[in-house]
Design a binder for this molecule. Structure first.
Ligand code: ADP
Ligand code: MG
Length: 521
């Protein structure tokens, strides 16, 4: 059944004129924007959401707010835009939703003046294209050596992720990771491994070049330490098929039992021999290592760790250059990796394995410390955003002034540009500029200042001192945001404006929603 199918009783609420559907949709999108708006920026308010079961959750992340809101077709469009933003660049989700709502609010004004929706859509598309050019011109590229800039970018991106008391520590970790592994092409976030280590203080988090496995040696007969290690990684059990030496097996015929045992022996020897031939001295196994196999590994002087989780195995693979295989018997020389040393350590009374000195020097492990796992998870999510921000800053786009400075500057440039646009599209370009200003205005408002005075003060400060003037997120006053270290990513901003424009024009383009078959018949 189509989602918009209505009960007969509801039909009298069905709008008579096509335009009514559009204004209903616009109103819905504006309401969504209004709800998430108060979460924007460093002083964004927490929202208390109540789900169907009456459970409350507190969040100040716009995307989370949207995820929790009840179903409705317009909400779906806004939410998809916001979600797409999150999965693409992990930031700018609130901006996307707020801007969508305000592009529609401005459009509503134009519709009331009799401007045709097609003209608004065209004007918005022209304005979007122009805004991208303006932003790109304003963007500054960042080099790995610009440590202070990278730190600022990471800190700004972690704003409103609920980790404000620890954000400095996290930003330092981001910067240290970047210093170790970034080159002029930037770095790959997959090369940064994050280990969550419960216990201790967040300040004790550190950067390491090893990967820790949460188990030690599979048996005490294995070496405690292997230097210059050749690693094999297997993600399933290591066993010898047909190995049936346990007493539960009853084989009537003694001779058959003997020959079975003999062939098992051979396949076991074959497995271990082939590991030895390959030069493997460390075996990292995702599954179990069969009890029968362990003594043979001991005998061959192979260090083996079992039940290593997939994530850790993947890290070791990436760092050591090894390929993870399912079955130890299919290992080939090309699957093996290397590390300077592998050793068993006792950490808080637990046996662990430390693998260090990798072939690929461009990987780093961030060891996050924190009292509890849920704190660690929260820190981890923020850290991921900080890392992604640093990555994007080093990628082509670079950074733009934050705190609404770029939106305000783009709005000013767009208004000048609009004078050259033909016909009624010009009005839409102007409206687009007005909508962009919702970002600085909201930051002023969320800092507790009157929005109108704030925006006027900002405009004249920018007029006087240039595009680096934005909103101080705490006082709501105009400030040089570059000096105060509030930097946004070009790519995040461009993507947010692009997604918002597309969501708004999609909603504007819906001029009618036909009631279902009952009426058609
Ligand atoms: P989003 O989901 O859109 O990223 P945020 O709540 O993270 O929403 O807010 C992002 C906005 O807040 C950006 O415009 C950014 O420039 C601004 N911002 C972040 N930190 C500050 C700050 N300290 N002062 C002023 N503005 C800030
Ligand atoms: Mg953000």
């Amino acid at each position: 059944m189509p989602a918009d199918r209505r009960e007969p009783g509801q039909l009298r609420n069905w709008p008579d004129k096509p335009g009514d559907i559009r204004s209903m949709n616009i109103r819905a999108a504006r309401e969504v924007a209004e709800i998430v708006r108060s979460t924007l920026g460093p002083l964004g308010m927490d929202k208390l959401l109540i789900d169907d079961d009456g459970m409350g959750i507190v969040t100040n992340d716009g995307a989370t707010v949207l995820k929790q809101m009840a179903e409705n077709p317009v909400l779906t469009i806004v939410r998809d835009a916001s979600r797409g933003q999150e999965s693409a660049v992990e930031d700018g989700t609130t901006t996307t939703a707020v801007l969508t709502g305000h592009l529609l609010a401005e459009a509503e004004g134009l519709l009331a003046q009799g401007v045709h929706p097609a003209s608004i859509i065209r004007g918005y598309e022209t304005a979007l294209e122009r805004t991208e050019v303006i932003l790109r011109e304003a963007a500054v590229t960042v080099a790995p050596a610009d440590i202070d800039t990278l730190r600022d970018v990471a800190l700004t991106a972690m704003t409103s992720k609920g980790v404000s008391s620890n954000d400095e520590v996290l930003a330092d970790l981001v910067v240290e990771a970047v210093e170790r592994i970034a080159d002029e092409d930037g770095f790959d976030t997959d090369d940064v491994y994050v280990e969550k280590e419960p216990g201790g203080w967040v300040e004790q988090s550190s950067v390491a070049s090893n990967v820790m496995l949460d188990t030690g040696r599979a048996s005490a007969g294995m070496p405690r330490r292997v230097e210059d290690a050749t690693l094999a990684l297997v993600d399933e059990d290591v066993e010898v098929t047909g190995l049936r030496m346990d007493s539960s097996t009853s084989v009537a015929d003694g001779a058959t039992a003997e020959s079975l045992r003999e062939s098992d022996r051979r396949s076991l020897d074959g497995l271990v021999d082939s590991l030895v031939d390959l030069g493997v001295d460390v075996l990292v196994c995702g599954g179990r290592i069969d009890e029968q196999v362990r003594p043979a590994l001991d005998g061959a002087g192979i260090y083996a760790a079992e039940r290593v989780d997939d994530e850790t195995t993947t890290q070791v693979a990436g760092a050591s250059g090894a390929t993870v295989v399912h079955d130890a018997r299919t290992l080939e020389p090309g699957d093996l990796g290397s590390a300077e040393s592998v050793m068993e350590l006792l950490v808080d009374g637990e046996s662990r394995t430390s693998v260090e000195g990798f072939a690929d020097a461009d990987v780093v492990t961030l060891v996050l410390r924190g009292s509890q796992m849920n704190l660690l998870e929260e820190l981890y999510r923020a850290l991921e955003d900080g890392l992604e921000a640093a990555r994007l800053a080093l990628a082509d786009g670079g950074v733009v002034p934050g705190g609404g400075a770029s939106e305000l500057a783009a709005a000013r440039a767009l208004r000048t540009f609009a004078t050259g646009v033909e016909g009624r599209d010009q009005l839409a370009v102007d409206a687009f500029a007005d909508a962009l200003e919702v970002i600085p205005r909201t930051l002023v408002e969320n800092a507790g200042r009157p929005p109108l005075d704030g925006i006027v003060a900002l405009r004249s400060a920018q007029e006087r001192d240039g595009v680096r003037i934005g909103v101080d997120g705490h006082s709501g006053e105009p400030v040089d945001v570059v000096d105060s270290g509030v930097l946004d990513l070009f790519e995040v901003k461009e993507a947010a404006i692009d997604r918002a424009t597309r969501a708004a024009t999609t909603i504007l383009g819906i001029d009618d929603a036909l009631p279902t078959d009952e009426n058609a018949e």
